[in-house]
Design a protein around this ligand. Structure first.
Ligand SMILES: [Zn+2]
Length: 92
């Protein structure tokens, strides 16, 4: 695992066909805890610390809502996705 020049941790992930692919660590953790990240979703760090990659700190949010959150700081925008995450965790 290493830190990318954007400050995010990255790792190599081995694919079922034997090849490897670089992946952002927070997306890897999200994927392994809650399941597949939907197309067009970003994985957001709830506490703002991009090195805190515990599952509790991660939530998948549509890109436009994610941008809106970062420009407004309105935490209520995130609530539906935090609830959705808990449902996905039960199903994972
Ligand atoms: Zn974010």
């Amino acid at each position: 695992m290493w830190m990318s020049n954007t400050g995010y941790l990255r790792l190599w992930v081995k694919l079922p066909n034997g090849t490897r692919r670089k992946e952002l660590y927070h997306r890897y953790v999200y994927n392994n805890t809650y399941g597949v990240i939907p197309e067009g979703y970003e994985v957001h760090h709830l506490d703002g610390n991009i090195l805190n990659n515990t599952p509790e700190n991660l939530v998948a949010i549509p890109v436009d809502i994610h941008d809106l959150f970062h420009s407004t700081g309105n935490i209520e925008l995130l609530i539906p996705y935090i609830l959705l995450r808990e449902i996905l965790k039960l199903e994972a």
